[in-house]
Write a protein that binds this ligand. Structure first.
Ligand code: SF4
Length: 467
């Protein structure tokens, strides 16, 4: 059944604008802020919205979290260690708060959206001043004002997360690259994943709102946009507008933005229409992140991924025949409950067959409330570590081979800044999303320029600027 999408009305946002104004002129408001972000690009973009609102309230970013008047932790709950890290950092700030009791500590994001976690924070972390979930992030100014005025903690986790909010202020991290969220939530319920529970069902933004945002970014001189969604390939399926993701992507590429990327694509929904659009539209970067998770049909079935190894490989074949030079990346989980040595080897053999540019590799992490957490056959941690090491070694070798084979090619690099290691070196990303370092002049920062590849490191390319 289609869940009704709650588009937050303009009046509700106008109210938040008024709260922002009240905080701005409040004598006791925090003057500086620091945001600690965990997890994916969706969270990184949410943090840009939090920063936008905090700045609208007159606050400035602090260089260090120990110096900030308010520290917000925008959390992730996709893996146990992300949660533990966030809780560890929150606890660490408790000591700072002993010296500076006026320090406000906030927690938001996916972790807090889990009912039990919200209860735990309320009970065991009394020094947290502010907590809110992903569905009501836009109401942060209201909660902050309440906390300041009443000098009390405010914990508001809205379990109803099916919202779409337009028009929040955004403080973007970069003026070269920008994120645009095209849809929120996920309907897929992969058996290991907590996202559908904490981010709600799929809600697509209106195409016109997305295109308007892209036009604004193009006019501001942004060179690359990444369209974001948990499953961008099902963009539009939940809305009255009959527009596919391929058509939306096409419209975004007509705004004058030189380069457009997107993530994440679910292999079961990767359409021929999208492959065709990618192949014929030079604005779309020749890169696709296509998470496979496992190479074993039985494990894919248990994961509820709803595709087979054969289907996945057929999509890779279609992509490569349409775009021989496309770079593919993926996500892989090892030690899913019940995974046998043979099934793990099927993942290894798939990695050898596809030859990804790079892969995010994870040991399965049970998430309470998901189906997989209750499955028998949880894998011994030592076996899991040994498997992931073998997988990483295979992927590193393949990455090294792919990068070495690129010597002599010319790649288009969006120059992002100077290299962390050498100030005379520029660094940027190729269309395939590979880091490229080369000697150059700071006036090239923010441009897309041709670079001839002269060599490769373990996961970066070296090159020379083509004249
Ligand atoms: S597609 Fe699967 S893994 Fe990705 S967010 Fe949805 S449920 Fe989680």
């Amino acid at each position: 059944m289609r869940e009704e999408i709650k588009r937050i009305p303009e009046e509700a946002l106008a109210k938040q604008q008024e709260y922002m104004r009240l905080v701005r002129f409040h004598p006791d408001r925090p003057k500086t802020y620091y945001i600690v972000t965990y997890g994916c690009q969706m969270n990184a973009h949410d943090s840009e919205k939090l920063a936008g609102m905090l700045e609208e309230m007159g606050m400035e970013p602090a260089g260090e979290r120990t110096q900030a008047d308010i520290v917000l932790h925008n959390t992730c709950c996709i893996r146990d260690n992300a949660e533990r890290k966030a809780l560890g950092n929150v606890t660490w700030l408790k000591e700072i708060k002993k010296e500076r009791p006026e320090l406000m500590i906030g927690v938001c994001g996916c972790m807090i959206q889990q009912e039990e976690m919200a209860k735990k924070l309320l009970k065991q972390y009394p020094f947290i001043d502010l907590a809110f979930g992903t569905g009501n992030l836009y109401r942060m100014p209201e909660y902050l004002l309440e906390a300041i005025e009443n000098k009390s903690r405010v914990i508001r986790v809205d379990q109803e997360s099916s919202t779409v909010v337009e028009g929040l202020p955004v403080h973007r991290e970069s003026d070269i690259k920008a994120y645009i969220t095209v849809m929120y939530g996920c309907n897929n319920f992969c058996s290991y994943c907590i996202v559908p529970y904490v981010r709600g069902r799929e809600r697509s933004r209106r195409a016109d709102d997305i295109v308007r945002e892209a036009e604004g970014l193009a006019a501001a001189g942004v060179k690359e946009i990444m369209l974001l969604g948990q499953n961008v390939n099902s963009y539009g399926l939940d809305s009255e507008e009959s527009i596919s993701f391929a058509k939306l992507l096409h419209r975004v590429t007509q705004t004058g933005i030189p380069r457009v990327r997107f993530m994440t694509s679910h292999p079961k929904d990767l359409s021929d229409e999208l492959i065709d659009e990618m192949a014929h539209n030079p604005v779309i970067a020749p890169h696709l992140h296509l998470p496979v998770q496992s190479g074993s049909d039985r494990i894919l079935h248990e994961m509820n991924r709803r595709y087979t190894r054969e289907h996945y490989l057929s999509r890779v074949k279609a992509l490569r025949s349409a775009m021989p030079n496309i770079g593919l990346t993926t996500d892989l989980i090892v030690a899913f409950p019940g995974e046998t040595e043979e099934e793990f080897e099927e993942t290894l053999s798939l990695v050898e067959e596809v030859r990804y540019d790079s892969a995010y590799t994870f040991i399965y992490s049970p998430r309470k409330g998901t189906r997989a957490a209750e499955m028998p056959g949880q894998i011994d941690p030592q076996v899991a570590s040994e498997r992931i090491e073998r997988l990483i070694a295979a992927q590193e070798r393949i990455t090294g081979e792919i990068l070495s084979d690129m010597a002599g090619q010319t790649v288009q690099v969006l120059v992002e800044g100077t290299s962390r290691r050498r100030a005379t070196q520029l660094t940027g990303k190729s269309g395939r999303n590979i880091n490229v370092n080369f000697n150059g002049d700071a006036s090239d920062v923010g441009k897309i320029i041709p670079v001839r590849v002269t060599g490769a490191g373990s996961n970066t390319l070296r090159g020379e600027k083509e004249i």
